[in-house]
Design a protein around this ligand. Sequence first.
Ligand SMILES: NC(=O)c1ccc[n+]([C@@H]2O[C@H](COP(=O)([O-])OP(=O)(O)OC[C@H]3O[C@@H](n4cnc5c(N)ncnc54)[C@H](OP(=O)(O)O)[C@@H]3O)[C@@H](O)[C@H]2O)c1
Length: 344
Amino acid sequence: MVDGTNRQWLFEKRPEGPVGSHNFRWARSDIPSPGEGQMLVRNLWLSFEPTQVLNMSAPPEEGGYPLGAPMRGLATSQVLASRIPSFQPGDLVYGFSGWEDFSVSDGKGYWDTTKVPPGVPPNLAAGTLGITGIVAYFGVTEIAKPRPGEVLVVSAAAGGVGSVAVQVAKVLGLRVIGIAGGREKCDWLREDAHLDGVIDHRSENVAARLDALCPTGIDIFFDNVGGPVLDLALERLRPHGRIVLCGMTSRYQQAPSVPGPMNYPQLIMVNGRMEGLLGRDYFDRFPEAIAALRAWIDAGRLKSKEDVVVGLENAPSALARLYSGANVGKQLLKIADPAPPSPD
Ligand SMILES: NC(=O)c1ccc[n+]([C@@H]2O[C@H](COP(=O)([O-])OP(=O)(O)OC[C@H]3O[C@@H](n4cnc5c(N)ncnc54)[C@H](OP(=O)(O)O)[C@@H]3O)[C@@H](O)[C@H]2O)c1
């Protein structure tokens, strides 16, 4: 039993428009004790994903988050007490947890909780070396199957997934064009990620800029957004072009009846391929992606771009940043530092 108070954000109201603090209730409770087959963790860094809004909107029978319980989300946490043989007090772990200081977990979820590899800081484990970087890695290497010199375009290119995808593609020798919203994101893509071309969809005509930057068309489109930009990419897809469907952030807050892409007949005309990507399918290969991404970070070839909000009390506004487009890089929230290892 750990003494103290557990600060929590309880999920109270399904979204009927943009998400924010009105969907949650701030509460305090006792720190829970782990039962048989459970562990007690202290949450250190929360990770925010656009799909959390899908889970907030869906009814529980369709995988939606339950009302009245702590808001769910991915986190890096530290084990305080464990009744699971494979986890020990002091371990840093990455997996599904809650918007609260302390959580009890059985280590199961959409995928199982994993141990953070030794030497990896908790923020990196929650961001670029978490599912965010893992889907970027497999989306580019496995779904896109790129050849050096091909033209790859990424939407939401300065977001969590996008910022890794563009850099992985550069490492693999592609000509990379990023589409992002706003000057700060575009400056980062140009000056830090060294892209070959950048399009600011807030101030530029995306179709005209794609024509200028990709005069012979697009070999690979890595889509994080969906909607009109997917149509623009389809229209410009080159022979044997590939579209990686990683996410559809433009659709998650809308009614499901939004029309789909108009230009999919282009897939026939160019012998193209459009393929979805589900990160959890690669669970057994997470270590492979983490090792590759880590090696590129250590070699200075990949920058982990993080957007850090501090303080559990700010979790609802951190989630909303993904939908206002305020986040530059992976949206994280810091709650606490890990405790140092015990002296014995
Ligand atoms: N398939 C998988 O297994 C998997 C796993 C993880 C994530 N994903 C997906 O990958 C995508 C990126 O996730 P992330 O965590 O890295 O988020 P992110 O890209 O860091 O953040 C969301 C970004 O999307 C853009 N955006 C927000 N609202 C939009 C709208 N209505 N229309 C168009 N663009 C909008 C904004 O970028 P701009 O300002 O640049 O437009 C915003 O910064 C998401 O769709 C997510 O669901 C998939």
